[in-house]
Ligand binder design. Structure first.
Ligand SMILES: [Zn+2]
Length: 526
């Protein structure tokens, strides 16, 4: 009777079930693996053999057949080493098959018999839970990434010999529990937006958790800081226009610290994606952070969107629940950028290839940056721009329309901030202060919009929520005529003005809110 063990393979950001069947038969000693294995699986034969021999465990001198089912499913990764080795021991009557019945086993083996960490431990755990497995046998090196989720016995192992000892005698299973829960994230949010007195210390902790750039460390740029506050409050996509050295990257980085803490389900999504992509520093010991991704402009379609022969998640998925920063926006290939339309509108990306058709999460805040003109000196006080008006207009006109349609705020910044020269010691808001205002404005939106951020309201919802009086309508009409704003600007101005009013804790949308929002539509002016 062949031995059967449950395991799994990664496909994008999820794991698919694989049954490892081990059969020993008479005949010349041989070791074959069937079921569409990739190169790593062929190499598994060598690792399994050495690991058994070097652990002083018997290696069967018979005909070994390993079948990975289902056969039509493409499999990748070295995580089948441990189930194969354990299966070989069971096939030689060293483990009672009853002990394997409800086990889900993953782990790569070193030649010494040591069990090495594998990529995608969280999707693999979710699969084990879905299959109703009773125990999860996994590399001890993955312990810090394991969330306390579902009812399953966790068995971290460091070596093949240890796995054998545990499986031979169920009583010796060490009692280990994960150190974090996704629901811990809900606690974080309650504290930070909750009552003021006890909130102070926790606010500090929260802001301190973020090891990025803080607003208080950026000199001047008061207007840009205000814009970051609006962006974070209403989840508005942002385009920064400024010469090299004006601090565009620094500002984009500071934004990450202003966003609200992750909710439990968001934390789970980020953890699953990070785990599948092998980005472990996002989530060590449950310290799951909002991602910040800044791909280079030479990135390929597959790199940005995802795909490839074995389906790898792209930057849009890696940035899920976080910030995607595209510096030098006009240097990206236009056809690559066109693919951002779906994630920006729907919050996911469909990837269709010959061998698969899949939907991956891709809900992020977009921050794009570009130079103000071809030479980059437009608006600088210390250098001269020699670009003609025509060239500048042509340069800005190269921005992809569909992409521009999803960006609510344009901010033009100069290399030498005038405020910085005139009021060098003017103190701006701190990251912790702005973070609190952002949480408040988000709470207002949550309650009023039914879980939709202002940036995602459709036109009808927007009209219903904003309800402009005659006075405000006249004000807007005058501004449109005077500044030559395009029709495209109208709903974006309303959306941003709504967020400004929410930051103001004002139910009414007044002319001040509209006036501030109008400033952010630079590129719509004729
Ligand atoms: Zn120029």
């Amino acid at each position: 009777m062949p031995v059967k063990i449950s395991s799994g393979t990664l496909f994008g950001i999820e794991a698919l079930g694989v049954e490892v069947e081990i059969d020993l038969s008479r005949g010349l000693p041989a070791f074959s693996v069937v079921g569409l294995p990739d190169r790593a699986l062929q190499e598994a034969r060598e690792r399994v053999r050495s690991a058994l021999v070097n652990s002083d465990l018997p290696y069967p001198r018979r005909r070994i057949t390993i079948n990975l089912a289902p056969g039509d499913q493409r499999k990748e990764g070295p995580q089948f080493d441990l189930p194969i080795a354990v299966g070989l021991l069971a096939a030689q009557d060293m483990i009672d098959p009853a002990n394997l019945k409800d086990s889900f086993i993953v782990g790569e083996l070193a030649l010494s018999g040591e069990v090495r960490p594998v990529r995608g431990i969280i999707p693999l755990l979710e699969l084990a839970l879905e299959l109703g497995s009773k125990q999860f046998i996994f590399p001890a090196g993955c312990k810090s990434q394991i969330p306390d989720a579902g009812s399953i016995k966790f068995i971290p192992v460091t070596s093949l010999s240890q796995a054998l000892e545990i499986l031979q005698n169920g009583k010796e299973i060490p009692d280990w529990r994960p150190t974090f829960k996704y629901s811990d994230f809900l606690e974080n949010e309650k504290i930070s937006s909750g009552d003021r007195e006890s909130g102070t210390r926790n606010r500090e902790t929260l802001a301190g958790n973020y090891k990025g750039i803080r607003l208080e460390n950026i000199k001047g740029q008061q207007r840009a800081k205000r814009v970051l506050e609006i962006v974070a409050a209403g989840q508005h996509n942002l385009l920064l226009i400024g010469p090299p050295g004006s601090g565009k990257t620094m500002l984009a980085r500071a934004l990450a610290g202003l966003l609200p803490p992750l909710k439990p389900e968001e934390a789970r999504e980020v953890a699953v994606i990070a785990s599948a992509a092998g980005i472990n520093d996002w989530m060590e010991g449950g310290g799951i952070k909002r991602p910040w991704r800044d791909p280079h402009h030479s990135i390929s379609m597959v790199g940005l969107i995802g795909g490839g022969k074995t389906l790898t998640p792209g930057e849009v998925t890696l940035a899920h629940q976080g910030v995607l920063f595209l510096d030098e926006l006009l240097e990206f290939q236009r056809n690559v950028l066109e693919n951002l339309r779906q994630p920006l509108e729907e919050g996911y990306i469909n990837i269709v290839r010959q061998s698969y058709n899949v939907r991956l999460l891709a809900d992020f805040l977009l921050v794009a940056a570009m130079n103000p003109c071809p030479c980059g000196n437009f608006g600088r006080l210390d250098k001269e721009c020699k670009c003609s008006h025509y060239r500048i207009a042509d340069y800005r006109g190269r921005l992809s329309g569909p992409l521009l349609d999803r960006i609510d705020i344009h901010l033009e910044i100069s290399a030498l901030d005038a405020e910085q020269i005139v009021f060098p010691r003017k103190k701006g808001p701190t990251t912790a202060q702005v973070h609190q205002r952002v949480l408040k404005a988000r709470k207002i939106q949550q309650e009023r919009n039914g879980g939709i951020w202002n940036s995602a309201l459709d036109f009808q919802q927007l009209e219903d929520i904003c309800r402009l009086s005659q006075k405000e309508k006249h004000f807007l009409a005058r501004a449109f005529n005077k500044l030559g704003l395009s029709a495209r600007a109208y709903d974006k101005i309303l959306r941003v003005a709504r967020t400004i009013a929410d930051l103001d804790c004002s139910e009414e949308l007044n002319a001040d809110h509209l006036a501030e929002a109008i400033i952010f539509r630079n590129l719509d002016r004729s």
